[in-house]
Design a protein around this ligand. Structure first.
Ligand code: FNR
Length: 413
């Protein structure tokens, strides 16, 4: 309401309120590499398009004379009260957009009262980002490393710094085919960006030391690729401070190599996850589930919820839209399990549609990065507040006083 009133009274917002305008404006201030990395998708880009088309297929049916004056956006997720059903999705190597990105995103999210899922490939150690979150809930996203001790170490740190849940991302056991990044030569994390969770970790540092000491096995397996070296050179030229910060605990080449060795786990299977529930006291969500059978099997493991996501269209080209997958999964698992949705959410009305179709909350991955590019923490705050303001207005115009009233009834059959 305050956002809307300010606009009506002639206050021009610092970042565009329209999603496409926001993206266009941000592109102008972002480097070529940052733009390719953030805006790019898998293959032809069809999945990103499917995500948007899926939202566009649904029609909201406004209602009149319902007398709804106040709207409550609050919701309980995994037993914790959140001020809204919106979260900031985990984004790795966001330092490519602006140095200190994770901390700035945390400050913006906290100012908007929006929860934030820290990326395993964050640009700052999770403990530092956690401090910037104030009292706003945050979760920790994990890639299931091929090094079991590293998994345990990262989980232990997430528990210790106050994360409210663990989000294990399953759809990135190998990185998708991303032409925009490939054509520019390399991916940011191979440039030393997005390694901070690792280089600040005792287990990872031990792995790097082993490598430097020439311990047989780990060191010899992966040759340093030309791309990785070129990238290191490029990052030391463009972001010298970042490189030192990210790699200060370890010799850069060995750190990047150790990272390339352990970050992904192409052999990840249901068997690995069998022990997951016993490894942490935190609620666990699995992210990147799109098939109803996978959803059922995942819930059978005893996890606390799922994030229905196609990774913002960055992993598989021509993939099913997340919103369509949500509908199928909700039908398969029934009303109880916690389901979150991301991929393609650009407006407050998209959030309303996602909730109406069965999501308990929604995440945004790219829009807040555009706010970050344009105006730092304050840009993040504005983007998030705009999404919430539009959601609230749409609830007002559909007669929904709270999220319990956001049901399929609000949509045309
Ligand atoms: C991501 N995403 C992601 N997911 C994850 O689990 N861990 C990660 O480190 C990253 N990194 C990442 C970087 C960038 C630049 C983007 C854009 C995305 C995926 C992210 O969490 C989310 O699923 C999508 O971004 C949601 O789609 P939209 O909102 O970007 O369309």
């Amino acid at each position: 309401n305050a956002v809307y009133r300010a606009g009506v009274l002639g206050h021009r917002p610092g970042v565009p309120t329209d999603a496409d305008a926001l993206e266009r404006r941000a592109r102008r201030v972002m480097s070529r590499e940052a733009w390719a990395y953030v805006a790019g998708g898998a293959g032809s880009g069809a999945t990103m398009q499917h995500n948007r088309e899926a939202f566009a297929r649904h029609r909201v049916v406004p209602r009149v004379l319902h007398g709804v004056v106040e709207r409550d956006l609050g919701t309980t997720l995994l037993g914790v009260r959140h001020r809204s059903p919106l979260l900031v999705a985990p984004v790795g190597a966001a330092d490519l957009v602006r140095p200190d990105a994770d901390v700035l995103i945390a400050e913006g999210a906290d100012a908007a009262g929006v929860g934030y899922v820290f990326s395993n490939q964050g640009g700052s150690p999770m403990e530092r980002t956690a401090t910037a979150m104030g009292s706003t809930p945050f979760w920790y996203q994990l890639y299931w490393s091929s090094d079991k001790d590293l998994v345990d170490s990262l989980i232990g740190r997430a528990e210790a710094c106050g994360a409210g849940a663990l989000v294990v991302t399953l759809d990135t056991t190998v990185l998708g085919w991303r032409p925009q990044d490939l054509d520019l030569g390399s991916l940011p994390f191979a440039r030393g960006l997005g390694l901070a969770q690792y280089t600040s970790d005792p287990r990872f540092t031990a792995l790097v030391r082993e490598r430097l000491a020439g311990t047989p096995g780990a060191a010899a397996r992966t040759p340093v690729t030309l791309g990785a070296l070129r990238s290191l050179w490029s990052i030391s030229r463009h972001h010298p401070g970042r490189l030192l910060d990210n790699l200060r605990s370890a010799e850069p080449r060995a750190a990047v190599q150790a990272f390339l060795d352990v970050y992904s786990n192409p052999g990840l299977s249901w068997d690995h996850l069998a022990t997951l529930r016993d490894r942490t006291t935190l609620p666990v969500l699995l992210k990147g589930v799109l098939h109803p059978d996978d959803a059922r099997r995942a819930l059978d493991l005893g996890v606390d919820g799922l994030v229905v996501s196609n990774h913002g269209g960055r992993q598989v080209d021509r993939a099913v839209a997340s919103l369509d997958a949500l509908v199928a999964i909700r039908a398969a698992v029934g009303p109880q399990p916690t389901l979150l949705l991301d991929s393609g959410i650009r407006t407050g009305t998209d959030v309303l549609v996602g909730l109406a179709l069965g999501a308990d909350a929604c995440l945004v991955g790219r829009p807040h990065l555009y706010g970050l590019a344009l105006a730092g923490a304050d840009g993040v705050r504005q983007v998030l507040e705009n999404l919430l303001a539009e959601l609230e207005l749409t609830m007002a115009l559909t007669g929904a006083p709270d999220l319990a009233a956001v049901t399929p009834e609000l949509l045309a059959p």
